[in-house]
Design a protein around this ligand. Structure first.
Ligand SMILES: Cc1cc2nc3c(=O)[nH]c(=O)nc-3n(C[C@H](O)[C@H](O)[C@H](O)COP(=O)(O)OP(=O)(O)OC[C@H]3O[C@@H](n4cnc5c(N)ncnc54)[C@H](O)[C@@H]3O)c2cc1C
Length: 401
């Protein structure tokens, strides 16, 4: 066997998993198809202090501090939430990936960039992987395979992992834009603006921002919604110049199986993203720690069967299933809301009491902390109650049938 572990994908989840396994003395190879780690960037780079601490990032990674948000309802209501403590941070995402990759390399992992990997055959004792680079093609063998190859994971398809519950398609850009308050993000809601998701402006400084939009649903083109958002809010987007266009997809849901024969999935490939914001860096790091823990245990015991590797699923669900399920429930309520109901809700939350509840309990990594308080917000509680009643009625009629 040439390697103990081959990690396909040199993004943050892959690098972090590789580092943790290499630190235990195993021979790890990371194959990354792009020539430079961290490029091209497909991310708005907005993360919590908790994520920075989990990743043990140097302070220099922070480009801007965000202290609050303007949430725009479809009918023009604006909810302002401010938190002086640093609600989130805008980071240099490219550098974030490089730091994690360099750490994996220092721990002993071999990093092959410009190398596309494809899973070959599984056989008793290992799996073969085809590596394709400018230099040509080769086949190598590994005891364990880790699919950290992002939202369109080839490894996930290869082990027939279940599909994500939903996929959000995003159109985004780095832009020159006058940001009047550089510590405040803008969030745009509305079925016409961003069906099933939201649009955003994240200031990088006073003259530069990251702008984007996500949409849920087949056949919807995020770029047309991006253009519509820009046209709808001329006061915010006036004079905007696109410097670099980007985009991508974010899978959401709780994947019921993130393992297979000699294989583990991590990061976006395992749907380790937050169902309300789509952020995947925090959960990807948590996933990497659990993935590496089970991988090293399986390697040391010489048991790489799906049954043994399923401990990863159990650990993951124990750690985050409740949080993800709560977020999905709230997202499902959001999906049923008309534009008029969103207007009412934003108006309701604009009351100073609710503003202080939101800034006190709002947590971009754990939205359930705020969700628990929303039960006291009449318009939201009513929707929740009605959704519960509907579920019970559906259940009763299904049971009768
Ligand atoms: C527009 C947009 C904005 C976002 N904004 C945020 C944000 O503000 N905050 C946040 O936390 N998250 C954000 N996310 C999500 C975040 O970017 C992802 O969750 C995160 O990148 C997942 O990390 P990963 O390592 O799992 O996958 P990735 O970062 O996607 O890395 C996967 C790597 O695998 C490589 N790869 C794929 N196939 C192969 C192959 N066959 N061989 C070799 N290499 C391969 C790819 O080149 C890639 O480098 C955003 C996503 C998008 C699309």
């Amino acid at each position: 066997m040439n390697h103990d572990v081959i990690v396909i994908g040199g993004g943050p989840a892959g690098s972090e998993t590789a580092r943790l396994i290499a630190e235990k003395g195993y021979k790890v190879l990371v194959a990354e198809e792009h020539r430079k780690i961290g490029e091209p960037i497909q991310c708005a780079g907005l993360i919590s202090l908790r994520t920075l601490q989990t990743a043990v990032m140097p302070v220099g990674i922070i480009i801007n501090q965000i202290n609050g948000a303007f949430v725009h309802s479809p009918g023009g209501e604006v909810l302002t939430v401010r938190d002086q403590g640093g609600y989130a941070f805008v980071i240099d995402r490219s550098k974030f990936d490089r730091v994690l990759s360099e750490r994996a390399q220092s721990a002993g992992a071999e990093i092959l960039t410009g190398t596309k990997a494809a899973v070959g055959e599984f056989f008793s004792g290992g799996a073969s992987v085809k590596l394709k680079s400018r230099g040509g093609e080769s086949i190598t063998k590994t005891r364990l395979l880790i699919g950290a190859d992002g939202s369109k994971s080839h490894v996930a398809r290869r082990i027939k992992a279940p599909e994500a519950e939903d996929v959000i398609r995003m159109c985004a850009a780095e832009v020159e834009l006058k940001c009047l308050e550089k510590d405040m993000v803008h969030i745009f809601l509305g079925r016409e603006i961003a069906p099933g998701w939201f649009g955003w402006v994240i200031p990088v400084d006073k003259k530069y921002a990251r702008v984007g939009i996500g949409v849920s649903g087949k056949g919807k083109q995020p770029i047309s919604y991006f253009n519509r958002m820009v046209d709808t809010y001329p006061g915010i987007f006036k004079g905007m110049k696109i410097v670099r266009a980007t985009g991508g997809v974010v899978p959401i849901g709780l994947l019921p199986r993130m393992y297979g024969e000699r294989t583990l999935l991590v990061g976006d490939a395992a749907c380790q993203t937050k169902p309300i914001s789509g952020g995947g860096l925090y959960l990807g790091l948590l996933g990497a720690a659990l993935c590496a823990k089970v991988a090293t245990k399986a390697l040391s015991k010489g048991n790489l069967s799906p049954e043994f590797l399923s401990e990863y699923q159990w650990l993951w669900e124990r750690e985050v299933a409740d949080e993800i399920q709560i977020a999905l429930r709230h997202r499902n309520i959001f999906l049923t809301m008309s534009d008029k109901e969103m207007d009412q809700l934003i108006r309701f939350f604009s009351h100073p009491l609710w503003q202080s509840v939101i800034s006190r309990y709002g947590d971009i990594d754990y939205p359930s902390r705020l969700a628990g308080k929303l039960i006291f917000a009449r318009p939201w509680a009513e929707k929740f109650f009605m959704a519960g009643v509907k579920k019970i009625l559906n259940y009763c009629s299904a049971a009768r049938a």
